[in-house]
Design a protein around this ligand. Sequence first.
Ligand code: ADP
Ligand code: MG
Length: 624
Amino acid sequence: MKFSIDMKSGDMASEPTQEIIVGIDLGTTNSLIAYIENGVPKTIKSSHGQHALTPSVIHFSDNEDIIVGEAAKLHLSDAPDKTIFSVKRLMGKSYGDIVNLKNSIGYEIIDSEEQELVKIKVGKTFHNPVTLSAEILKALKADAETHLKTQISKAVVTVPAYFNDAQRQATRDAGKLAGLDVLRIVNEPTAASLAYGIGLDKEHNTNIAVYDLGGGTFDISILHLEDGIFDVLSTNGDTLLGGDDFDRAIISFWMEQLNLSHETLVQDTELNQLLRIAAEEAKIAVGRGEIYNHKVRNFSLSLSNEIFENQISPLVERTITCCRQAIEDSKLKIADIEKVILVGGSTRIPMISRRLEEVFGKKPDNSLHPDEVVALGAAIQADILAGNRKDILLLDVTPLSLGIETVGGLMDTIIPRNAKVPQRAGRQYTTSIDGQKNLRVSVYQGERDLVEHNRKLGEFILRDIPPMAAGLPKIEVHFILDADGILTVKAKELRSGVNTSVEIRSTYGITEEEMALMLIDSIKNASSDVQQRALLEAINEANNIILAADKFIVQNKNILSPEEIHQIVQLTNELKAQVQAKNKDEIELAMKTLNDYSSPLAHKALDINISKALKEVSVNDNNL
Ligand code: ADP
Ligand code: MG
C-alpha cells in the first residue's frame, strides 16, 4: 500500500519569483549577505565598513542601543561585558555543553540548569543566542535592503555541516526573529562547493574536500556529490582553532622579544588591543610577502614570514591531523578526492595551501575569495529556490518531522525535522488487539507529541492481516521522501506479506508562515507535551499489563490458588480505576503493585508449564 503527498509549499520552486532571495553566511567571526545579479553571485558591502564582511559582534550601548559589526567590534576592549562575539558557538547549546568555553568569553553567561539553553546577561537584560544572532541577521538584512532598494523577506542561511537539529533550528528561529523566512538551511561546505560550480551539473559525480579555517574554528568536510545531491561523508575539525590563535601566537612572540609579561597585558587592556590589531595586520602583510615593521607606543614590532610560519606550524599541523582523520573516515582514497576547496579568511596564509598540496597531492582551489565563498554559494542556492535555475534541484533538509499516530494518539516520528533529503526510514509496529485484521496508518507532520496538534497528511488502512495474537504481527511502515519533497508511505505485514495495493494521492500545501506557527507552537508547548506524553505512555503500558493479567489468569487457572486469582483481579481493578482517573504517578504505582505481586506467580507458572512441556516431550519420545 502506498500513497504520495506533495509537501512542498507549491510553486515556489517552479515559478520564478520577482522577489530577491538572499544568501547569508552567519559566521562565528564574520557574517556576509549575497545575492544574484544578472546570474552572478555578489556579496553586499556592509554599510559601516568598506568590506562585505560584517564582524559578528553585537554591542549594547549605555542607552541600550544595539550596534552590530565593525562599530561594535571597537568596543571589545573598552566594554567587554556589553560586547558579544562568537555567539554562534552558543547556538542551540545548553549550559552543560559550554563549560569549557566560559573562560574565553568576556561577557556574562548565566549559570542555571545544565539542560537549559544558554542565556547571556548584558546590564539588567537577558539575551539568548537566537535573539543575538537575529540582531546580526537584521543588520545584514538592512544593508541588503539599502543596497538593493527593496524589502527582503526570504533567505538561505548556512551552518556548519556538524550542526545538529537544535542548532539548525536555532538558526532558523533567529531568521524568523529578524523578519526573514529561512527557506533553506545549507551546510557551509555544500555552499562553498556550489560557489565553485560543483553540484550545478547533475551528470558530474565527484568527491570534494572543503578545508574551512575561519577566525576561531576549523572544519574539514569530505563531500560526495551524486546526481546533484551532496552527501557529507565525514567531518572533522577543532572548534577552538582559527585565525585568532595565529594572532595570539604572534603576540606571544612579540611579548618574548620585548620582555613583556602576561600581567602587563592583562592590566593594560589598551596595549593588549593594539597588539591584537597589529598582529592581524602583520599576519596579512607577511602572507603578501612583505616584512612587517610597526611601532606601538615605544615598542618596535617586526615579523617575517619565516618567523610567522615557525610560530603557527604546530597549529597548522593540528589541522592536517584532522584532515587525515577525515579522509580515513570518508573511506576514500586520496586520489578519489577530485578537488580541495579553501574556505575562511585564514586560508589566505600561503603555508596552508602548501601543506594541503603535500597532503592531498593537488593544489587546493583558491580562485574565489575564501571568506566570501560560503555566502556566494548560499546566494546560488537561493537562486535555485527562486526557480531561476530550473534544471537544478538541490534539496537538503526536510523542514518538519514526519511520522505516524500510535496508540493513544501519540506522534511517532519516522523522519525527523531537518533530516537530509532524499531520505528513507522505516519502523516496525504491531497490533494491540488479538486477531486484529486491519491497521490504520495515519501520517502526520509536525513537532508536537500528540498527533491532534500536528498536521494530518493522510491515512490508509492495511487490511486482511491474518488473525494473530496481539503483538505478533510485524508491520513495517516505510517512509520514502524523495528529492522533490514527495513522501511515499508503505506498510507491509512481514509474516504474511500482506501489502495491499490501494493508492491515495493528494497534494498538500503548507506556507512558511504556517510552518513557523507550528514550530513556535511546539516550542511553547514542549513541557506540557512532555507531561501528556508521559501520561499517555503510562496508560498504554497499563492497558497492556491489564490485558496480560487477564490472559495470565485464564491460562493458569489450574495453577493459581483462588486467593491468588482474587488478589490479581483486585489489583487489576485498582489499576483500571487509576487509568480512568488519569493520574500518571498513581497509574505507575498501581502497575508496580500488580507487577510485584504477580511476577513471582508468573515465574512459578512458567516453571510448572515448562516441566509439564518437558514431560510431554518425553512421553512423545517413548511413543516413537
Ligand atoms: P568565520 O568563518 O570564523 O566567521 P572568516 O572566514 O571571516 O571567519 O575568517 C576570519 C579570520 O580570517 C580572521 O582570523 C582573520 O584574521 C583571518 N584573515 C583574513 N584575511 C586574512 C589574510 N589575508 N591572511 C591571514 N588571515 C586572514
Ligand atoms: Mg566561516
